[in-house]
Design a binder for this molecule. Sequence first.
Ligand code: CP
Length: 299
Amino acid sequence: MSVKNFLSLTDFSPEDLEQIIERASELKRLHDSGIRHRPLEGKTMAMIFELKSTRTRVAFEAGMYQLGGHAIFLRPDETQLGRGESIPDMARVLSSLVDIVMLRVHDHADISSFAAASSVPVINGMSNRFHPCQLLADMQTFAEKRGSIRDQLVAFVGDGHNMCNSYILASKQFDFDLVISTPTKFRPDEQLLDSSSRARWVSTPQEAVSGANLVVTDVWSSMGQENERVERHEAFQEFQVNAGLLDSADANVLFMHCLPAHRGEEISDDLLEDPRSVVWEETGNRLHSKKALLEFMLR
Ligand code: CP
């Protein structure tokens, strides 16, 4: 049987994704009821973090623990990767030692090359191209708050980077309409955008958000783009999500942000406290959606 990886949302069928999201809500209920569920006893996950993380690391580590397994945190500079051991060799080594590997890398090509050499499943914990685990939590949160996202209208405002790319794939897999607004210079990957008949780009945030059921944004400068911060700050001035912008969305709109947020930049100072914001539930669902993902991949 071939190994199932989760490098982007299109690695799984829409039915598999729906199943994981439903299971995530079930696992949340079990956890909240104090019921222990430990199907991964004896299983180990290695987590390689080339870039910083709070939510992804803690959610995977806590999730593995709750499921009865164990997670090992690895920084490339503290392993032989930092001394020149190749990514494919590292993949072969870890395949003989653990049951599953998660990587957070800058260059998506590195995770692809790791997965190609790995004989255990590989999870993308975020790359410059995609952040599929975040989308599981976002889709779970929408389903819990509003029901099915199918045929709903989603607006992505901000940088056409990995979160925007992931929403483009989600529009295909979860069957919703996506309207993206970014500065022209920071549009998402054109080929990716063209690959979804449900996604389109517009020039103004007002147009994107009009009538939307879900509004999403992300930071203006992602990790690795710090040297573009001044230029980006200027280019994104008109792309802040604030209460006024949300007023032109649907009356029942939800607001999500993968966090960490830069208050006063991509969102107004008070937006996380706005009643339409569900960011704290979204963050909490990182735990349960990851548990459902691990259970699905290691069952
Ligand atoms: N949203 C997210 O992936 O958070 P971390 O960078 O803290 O893992």
